[in-house]
Design a protein around this ligand. Structure first.
Ligand code: VGL
Ligand code: ZN
Length: 196
């Protein structure tokens, strides 16, 4: 059984949002079209409380700088996807009505969560693995934002958990800071993610 996992296609990651990904809105129509070919559609939603520890504003630091957190290195982001705000909503044209499951992540103040499976400490689970396995969804295709952060972290964790994994780059866009996209693509390719 095949699932399409659509990562963080939210207003704040689209042009005009707080953490815009270039061309983020261009993937909405193709994702909607792709949805019909899968046994299940799952959406993830970045969902941070006000003052989340990944926000540069609370560290008196520049956005896109890096800090050490108790769980490892963390990029500091502009405030984004704050719970209950317009920026946290799915892009208005995304067919969110077709989703079987909406999985929220990043809702704990002290820890960020790029991956749909584990928070950034790499040990706190979101519950997605159990959901997929109990529905027999073993073949996963990832789409969404951003290729080099939440999509790549999710795809790599899915491989570690024994799923068959495809990342469809036609249905993704990247933040691409420094070498983040190149690095993410090479990690995914060496982990045997099928990047198409
Ligand atoms: C994301 C940075 C911060 C993503 C989420 O969806 O890739 N990136 N929060
Ligand atoms: Zn976030």
């Amino acid at each position: 059984m095949r699932a399409l996992i659509v990562v963080d296609v939210q207003n704040d990651f689209c042009p005009g949002g707080a953490l815009p990904v270039m061309g983020g809105d261009e993937i909405v129509d193709p994702i909607n079209e792709a949805m019909v070919g899968f046994d299940a559609v799952i959406l993830t939603q970045d969902w941070h409380p006000v003052g989340h520890s990944s926000f540069a504003s609370g560290h008196y630091a520049e956005s896109f700088s890096r800090v050490e957190m108790p769980y490892g290195p963390q990029v500091l982001w502009p405030d984004h996807c704050v719970q209950g705000t317009t920026g946290a909503l799915f892009h208005g044209a995304l067919r969110s009505d077709r989703a079987d499951l909406v999985l929220r992540k990043g809702y704990r103040s002290a820890i960020d969560s790029y991956s749909a499976f584990f928070e950034n400490d790499q040990i706190t689970p979101t519950g997605l693995e159990g959901y997929l396995n109990s529905r027999g969804l073993r073949d996963l295709t990832f789409a969404g934002l951003a290729t080099d952060y939440c999509v790549a972290f999710s795809a790599l964790d899915a491989i570690r958990q024994g799923f068959k994994v495809t990342v469809d780059t036609r249905l993704c866009r990247a933040i691409n800071m420094g070498e983040s996209l190149e690095l993410a693509l090479s990690k995914m390719e060496s982990a045997k993610v099928s990047v198409v």
